[in-house]
Design a protein around this ligand. Structure first.
Ligand code: ADP
Length: 422
């Protein structure tokens, strides 16, 4: 059917407090137009009669508080209506956090920090996005803290970071980040080096306090913390560590009841709430996860195809203009440790490496540190991808979002790769 919106597609009529769940096909995206009433996508209000395009594979819900009509151009069988959504619960949570924010304005405390926890694919990022959007719509600019190295919602996957959110998310593109604080971890799961992960989480908490603690508007706004889906063993310890470092006011546990009980026991004095997983949240296959990660790294360099295209630069530098370091694990046998020292007490450190062919396709971060000893405790200024190493010419070629020169020379090597196939 073609409606007055001009979009060819299927018309869906939604009554109040229901949502239309949509899955875009993997080879082509989906388009939609709100033609009557009011509706939102994960907390961002849709503009009537505007055509929104979502990328291939996107999964989304058009939710309405009061009823609406929406035209969707996509496979009809991949869209269905549901009246069992957690949106009223989410809104109530938002009201409680807003009241706490107001209360804290009269105290010496920072604004409330809300940590969203749960295994993978339970809707953690979606809940953070909804709450952030509602907070902005109420006139406060909150901080998004992204501790999920698997997704990279603030910078590229493999990093953690924070960003003040001053605009609602774009329905299809999410939040657009300008000047985030970023720390480079270099793996997609904290289990690869949980000591380093915890160290970076502490650094991030400290840096946020330094940057925003003195600005009243940011200080009282509070933050939403999106966490990793790794909630067992050391992953659980890292979650508790993050909750303590950010002095969380409340932890929302999605889906996982045991995690809820454990956190209640281990974080006395913190409000711990349990929400069931929304029926709309879809589990992603390993391949889908990989492709999302690739797309996220690609868009760091190339921007978003139809929306904000970027043109990265290819920089050729002599070897002496860069200093590349890698993280070294503390795998010293305990027999070689000084008396009284345990491997547990040893902090991760870095050691210098020479450019080599094996580095091609690997991601390097530009450390804000000038002193190698400070690399692991310093934030990243940006990321580069090694596209060539010439041992004959002693030159390294880097894909960079900025033209030469590099702002700093200390680069941190990571196991993360990106195939530049533009
Ligand atoms: P997590 O952060 O726990 O891994 P996400 O929030 O990323 O989970 O959600 C997983 C996927 O489910 C995402 O693609 C998201 O867009 C989708 N999703 C979340 N809520 C809904 C919903 N109500 N309807 C349709 N898709 C949804």
């Amino acid at each position: 059917t073609s409606f007055k919106t001009g979009l060819q597609g299927h018309l869906f009529i939604l009554s109040h407090d229901t949502e239309l769940r949509i899955e875009a096909e993997t080879d082509k995206g989906v388009k939609l137009v709100l033609c009557k009433g009011t509706a939102e996508v994960f907390g961002t209000e849709l503009v009537s009669n505007h055509e929104y395009s979502f990328p291939p594979g996107a999964r989304l819900a058009v939710y309405t508080w009061y009823g609406c009509e929406v035209v969707v151009n996509g496979d009809r069988h991949k869209c269905y209506k549901s009246d069992t959504t957690p949106m009223v619960k989410f809104l109530n949570l938002q009201v409680v956090v807003a009241q706490e924010r107001e209360r804290r304005k009269r105290s010496v405390l920072n604004g409330p920090a809300v940590l969203v926890a749960g295994p993978a694919d339970v809707g953690k990022s979606t809940l953070c996005r909804i709450l952030l959007n509602y907070t902005i719509r109420s006139g406060t600019k909150p901080l998004l803290v992204d501790l999920d190295v698997g997704q990279g919602n603030v910078s590229i996957p493999g990093s953690i970071g924070a960003q003040i959110i001053d605009h609602p998310a774009h329905p299809a593109l999410g939040f657009l980040h300008q000047t985030p604080i970023v720390y480079h971890f270099g793996h997609f799961t904290p289990s690869m080096n949980s000591k380093l992960y915890d160290m970076l989480v502490s650094q991030l908490a400290e840096k946020i306090q330094l940057r925003y603690g003195a600005l009243p508007e940011s200080r009282y706004a509070g933050c939403l913390i999106d966490s990793c889906g790794w909630v067992e063993d050391a992953g659980y310890s890292s979650l508790l560590h993050a909750a303590r470092e950010f002095h969380v006011y409340t932890v929302i546990v999605l889906d996982h009841e045991k995690l809820f009980v454990d956190i209640q026991r281990d974080l006395p004095g913190v409000h711990v709430l349990h929400f069931p997983k929304s029926g709309g949240v879809v589990a992603r296959s390993k391949a889908a996860r990989k492709s999302t990660r690739r797309e996220s790294t690609r868009s760091y360099f190339y921007g978003m195809k139809d929306h904000i295209p970027l043109s990265p630069h290819s920089i050729i530098l002599p070897f002496e203009e860069v200093q590349i370091y890698e993280v070294v694990e503390s795998d010293i046998p305990s027999s070689l440790l000084p008396i009284g020292e345990t491997a547990e007490g040893i902090k991760p450190s870095v050691s210098k490496i020479s450019p080599s062919k094996q580095m091609i396709t690997h991601i390097l971060s530009v450390s804000s540190a000038s002193d190698p000893d400070l690399i692991l405790t310093s934030s990243s200024m940006g990321f580069l991808c090694v596209t060539d190493v010439s041992l004959d010419k002693s030159e390294i070629t880097l894909l960079s979002p900025q033209p030469a020169p590099l702002p700093k020379k200390c680069l941190l090597y990571s196991e993360i790769t990106f195939m530049d196939m533009q």
